[in-house]
Design a protein around this ligand. Structure first.
Ligand SMILES: [Zn+2]
Length: 303
């Protein structure tokens, strides 16, 4: 493993060519992924990588390797792993997603697996449940687009979560997710609302999103999903519930998250992320890749 000094102006590491990206987040807080999890066949080739982008530097990347002894086709694969959605460590910067996904675009990434925690707006979804939503509500439509101009590409809003990758995730989850917690697959058609945060959702906001049809609340899903579409990659979220609907509505309790859910599940969620990534490695073409389509040249050139 190579340790890198902080990047100075004009210095950048070369972006490796990989097909898979793993985005860690609140589901893994307090854990070094993959170092603290110990999944067989997973190793860190390099960590603390920084890549220069047209909008500045993107930091805190790792290059992982999945040994051929654990992958479905026996080939060795590498993947980029991004800490906490590419956020800088000491400030809030929502434009970080554009830098991070520019890196993934340059890397040639075709599958993105993103980990986060969620709150339930649907009373039937309980703390500890794993939810692979089928759709998202994002009222700001991700301000930090990567498309090269308005008329060059059509980026579909359909199938924003990849059904094939969801199947892989559910298959891995059935092996290790705690039996007392449920797994809600993409076939349930659940909807995740996105709010940037980091302030957690108010009771009024939770009710508003619920009335719009959202089943769960996620602070880390829409930029990831939209930008995955914009780079022509599959996207699948690995998210588990840390607050139930009644936790949102109780104005007499200052805190939102339920005690104990996050620490007890972050380790198994991290193991699940790595085992799913191993199973996703080496996947070929998917119908998701056709949902970003070039537009006729005259739409951009004649006006
Ligand atoms: Zn796909």
């Amino acid at each position: 493993m190579t340790e890198h000094a902080p990047l100075s102006a004009g210095q950048s590491h070369a972006i490796p060519q990989v097909k898979l990206a793993l985005i860690t987040g609140s589901a893994n807080w307090g854990l070094a992924i993959p170092e603290d999890i110990g999944v067989e066949g997973v190793s860190v080739i390099e960590r603390d990588l920084s890549f220069m982008t047209p909008w500045g530097c993107s930091d805190n990347w790792k290059l992982l390797e999945f040994d051929g002894s654990v992958t479905p086709d026996g080939q060795t694969y590498r993947a980029l792993c991004m800490y906490s959605h590419g956020n800088p460590r000491h400030e809030i910067d929502h434009s970080c997603h554009r830098r991070a996904f520019w890196v993934l675009q340059e890397a040639g990434v075709r599958q993105v697996l993103a980990c986060s925690t969620i709150g339930a707006l649907n009373k039937a979804i309980q703390p500890g449940d794993l939810v692979i939503n089928a759709d998202i509500i994002e009222l700001t439509q991700t301000p930090y687009s990567l498309l090269p101009g308005r008329q060059s590409f059509d980026a579909s809003g359909k199938a924003i979560v990849c059904a094939e990758c969801s199947e892989v995730l559910v298959g891995a989850a059935r092996e290790i997710w705690p039996a007392q917690c449920r797994i809600h697959g993409i076939e349930q058609g659940l909807v995740a609302a996105h709010a940037y945060g980091p302030r957690l959702t108010t009771p009024a906001e939770a009710l508003a999103f619920r009335s719009m049809g959202a089943d769960v609340m996620n602070h880390s899903i829409a930029p990831e999903a939209t930008l995955s579409r914009e780079i022509g990659a599959c996207f699948v979220p690995l998210a588990f519930v840390t607050a139930g609907f009644n936790d949102y509505m109780d104005r007499n309790r200052g805190t939102l998250l339920q005690d104990g859910v996050l620490p007890s599940l972050s380790r198994v969620a991290s193991e699940l992320a790595l085992k799913t990534a191993i199973q996703m490695a080496g996947r070929g073409e998917c119908s998701c890749h056709e949902l970003k389509t070039p537009q006729p040249r005259e739409r951009a050139s004649r006006f």
